[in-house]
Design a protein around this ligand. Structure first.
Ligand code: GDP
Ligand code: MG
Length: 725
């Protein structure tokens, strides 16, 4: 008989190792989406192990199941409505007390629960000893020790989950959380009342439903109204009456007393199962923090890490970049030779390969950047960075917490803007959203690398680092401005959590890195390919243009003149032929350049050139910037197509063409600053509109960023010229 697929949900506090365990269980078989109706990430994966098909679902990380946040509602609704076969609660064993709150709420829900005591290694190194057998007996729940990042105990965990799925559910009455007498009797009374008024289709555990109604849980009240239409009002009235009675007797809201009772239950459990050996309780994290969050050292170290990140991205990335570049060059030469001269050939070589090729070579840099960001996150350094920035963020009236979305903005503004949801105050959110696009995202990196690599060769890493710092600086200054002028208000006080440092696991770093880099590859095949084709079409048409000179005749003349002087000597012949080829090459480049200039795109470029001239950018750069608002990588692919018309199709084509184009280090710097600051890309504009819920703020942001970009580039370019650069 085919056994049906088991559905196993992973629940747990944030940072308990849920994602690590999920990744280890599912490997590459993951699907990522959103929970229906909300933008909370949903991850699931199908696996086959121990003879069973299983679907693993990663629930959002939560500290409890009270319906206060979207994450909590999503997690609870899933368990209530989808009835997973087993819920595995991933518990941070080094933080047992706090983690047991969620664990007990899961038990109360009356689903089949297993506890995974994860971070068993950390607990041990801190000198915590947990009596798992006793814990299991006390709570009536299977308990397994795991070390997620070393893949330890996960097989046992799965086996226990399968066994539990196949056994009947029984948490004996005496193993439940017990509330104080008044509450227990109210629960009993309400449960019996409900029991008489619902039929067999009612799917929630009755005791739990009674508990939730006494806590005045809005969502459960709505569910009662939906499911028990006839008797729902009498049930709710009864619950309200009991609540009132309890409130009078306890002199406090019942839910508060019930929460206290739960903590009491947990404290009791902890006493029974946890012992600490004081000898080993050296907290390594605290020692590391003495240095990394030190008042004087912390900030320089933070800056150093960021600098090191860009240095690595640039220098390490240069090697694979050369290989890919050579590969792209090879492709181009190959098609050059096998295809007959035609428009199609031009489209493929000068349009698609030149455009997409000029961006794809930055894949190694992007991978490295995301690897470094994953490293910051997984070691726990990210939270320290936010902590360090707290003081600076307070200068603009924001909390350090706002810096986490900003840091994420180094990767991509879209998730960064979504991440501002963690900020409570709407004004804080809007302020953070408005300044996040100034953080330099990974799509802008190819532009910097191409320009800085060409014009600041040896110092490229440092120049790019300065551009990034400049982005932070502009974000902070404009943030201050907005705070005083537009979005006045106090920053909400908040305790910053500093999770313990951890040695990150390679596999997870790679998965995190890959998750985010995939987007880059998707853009390659989509918007950048399309953009390259459009730019190529615009730069190749109209076909029959009036040239200012007769280039073909010039070429014929060169051919002819060499024909006459060809001597018999082989060496001389070779060098003469090279001379001839070089001259012809010059002429055909001049021809192509004139064609591009007279094409549609040339006309567009010439029309907008006056706007960009004061900041040192020629018509090609102007067009590139114009197209770049679709996606920032397109700036580079456009330049690839436009300059390819003049390059020689070999590797380094773009770089060579840039050097010949009349661009100077100063104008390159000006262009980088413009790209850093100007209008966010389409996807980001969409995210801003969605998250601020306001077209006005979006338009304001577009105008403001572009204005600031132009102003800053103007100051840098004209200032630089005055200083004689
Ligand atoms: P989540 O927030 O629950 O998804 O937690 P993650 O899976 O992102 O884990 C947070 C960090 O803890 C990562 O750096 C993991 O590598 C690390 N981690 C996970 N499990 C363990 C463990 O058992 N021991 C140790 N030392 N670290 C772990
Ligand atoms: Mg996670």
């Amino acid at each position: 008989m085919e056994k049906r697929q088991l559905r196993i949900a992973l629940a747990g506090n944030p940072n308990s190792g849920k994602t690590t365990i999920f990744n280890n269980l599912t490997g590459t078989r993951q699907k990522v989406g959103n929970w229906p109706g909300v933008t909370v990430e949903k991850k699931e994966g199908d696996i086959h192990k121990f003879g069973r098909d299983m679907r693993i679902i990663d629930l959002p990380g939560t500290y409890s199941l009270t319906p206060f946040s979207i994450e909590e509602i999503v997690a609870r609704d899933f368990i209530l409505d989808e009835n997973p076969d087993v819920v595995i609660d991933i518990i941070d064993a080094s933080n047992l007390e706090r983690n047991l709150y969620l664990a007990n709420q899961l038990r109360e829900l009356d689903c089949k629960v297993i506890f995974a005591l994860n971070m068993a290694d950390v607990a041990k190194s801190r000198g915590f000893k947990i009596d798992a057998k006793k814990l299991s007996e006390l709570l009536g729940v299977p308990v397994i020790f795991t070390v997620g990042n070393r893949n330890e105990g996960l097989d046992d965990l799965l086996k226990a989950a399968i066994a539990l799925a196949e056994s009947p559910l029984e948490i004996p009455e005496e193993r439940r959380v017990r509330y104080s007498n008044d509450i227990e009797s109210a629960i009993g009374e309400l449960r019996d009342f409900i029991k008489l008024r619902v039929d067999a289709t009612f799917s929630y555990n009755l005791r739990w439903t009674a508990v939730k109604l006494l806590e005045d849980d809005k969502i459960i009240k709505d569910r009662i109204r939906e499911q028990v239409t006839a008797e729902s009002e009498s049930i709710l009235t009864k619950a309200e009456k009991l609540r009132g009675k309890l409130g009078n007797r306890l002199d406090d809201d019942p839910e508060i007393v019930m929460t206290d009772d739960r903590y009491g239950f947990i404290a009791g459990t902890i006493k029974e199962v946890l012992s600490t050996s004081t000898l080993q309780r050296v907290d390594i994290s605290r020692n590391i923090d003495l240095v990394l969050t030190n008042r004087f050292l912390g900030f320089p170290i933070f800056i150093f890490f960021i600098w090191a990140m860009f240095q690595t991205t640039f220098t390490l990335g240069a090697y694979p970049m050369e290989w890919i570049d050579a590969g792209v060059g090879g492709f181009s030469t190959f098609f050059e030779h096998v295809l007959p001269d035609s428009l199609l050939k031009d489209l493929i070589v000068d349009g698609i390969i030149a455009g997409v090729g000029s961006v794809i070579i930055f894949l190694p840099n992007i991978l490295l950047l995301f690897f470094c960001i994953a490293l910051f996150e997984d070691t726990g350094y990210m939270a320290r960075a936010a902590f360090l920035m707290d003081k600076i963020m307070h200068l603009i009236g924001l909390h350090g917490k706002s810096f986490i979305p900003m840091l994420m903005g180094f990767g991509c503004s879209v998730p960064a803007i979504i991440a501002t949801r963690s900020l409570e105050s709407r004004k804080d959110r809007i302020l953070t959203i408005l300044i996040t696009p100034f953080m330099s995202c990974s799509a802008k990196l190819p532009v910097y690398i191409a320009l800085a690599g060409t014009f600041f060769a040896a110092h490229a890493g440092t120049v790019i680092f300065i551009i990034y710092l400049f982005g932070i600086f502009v974000a902070i200054v404009t943030g201050r401005l907005f705070r005083t002028a537009l979005l006045r208000g106090e920053d909400a006080p908040f305790v910053m959590e500093l999770p313990p440092y951890r040695v990150p696991m390679m596999k997870n770093l790679l998965i995190h890195m890959w998750d985010r880099s995939k987007m880059f590859l998707k853009k390659m095949g989509g918007i950048i390919l399309a953009g390259s084709i459009v730019i190529w079409v615009l730069s190749s048409f109209p076909q029959n243009i009036q040239y200012s000179k007769d280039y073909d005749a010039q070429i014929a003349m060169v051919n002819q003149s060499y024909e006459q002087v060809m001597p018999g000597n082989e060496d001389d012949e070779n060098s003469l032929r090279q001379q001839k080829d070089a001259q012809i090459h010059e002429i055909s480049i001049a021809k192509k350049a004139e064609r591009a200039e007279k094409s549609y795109i040339g006309r567009i470029g010439k029309a907008i050139e006056p706007v960009f001239q004061p900041i040192g950018i020629d018509w090609r750069g102007s067009v590139a910037l114009l197209t770049g608002f679709v996606a920032k990588e397109i700036v580079i692919s456009t330049m690839g197509v436009l300059y390819a018309a003049e390059g020689d199709g070999e590797s380094d084509a773009l770089s060579n063409a840039l050097l010949k184009s009349g661009m100077t280090p100063l104008s390159a710097l000006s262009m980088m600053i413009f790209v850093l600051l100007y209008i966010p890309c389409l996807a980001t504009i969409g995210a801003i509109t969605r998250e601020t819920g306001s077209v006005k703020w979006t338009l304001f942001n577009i105008a403001f960023t572009t204005g600031v970009a132009w102003g800053m580039s103007f100051i840098v370019y004209q200032g630089g010229r005055l200083l004689g650069f």
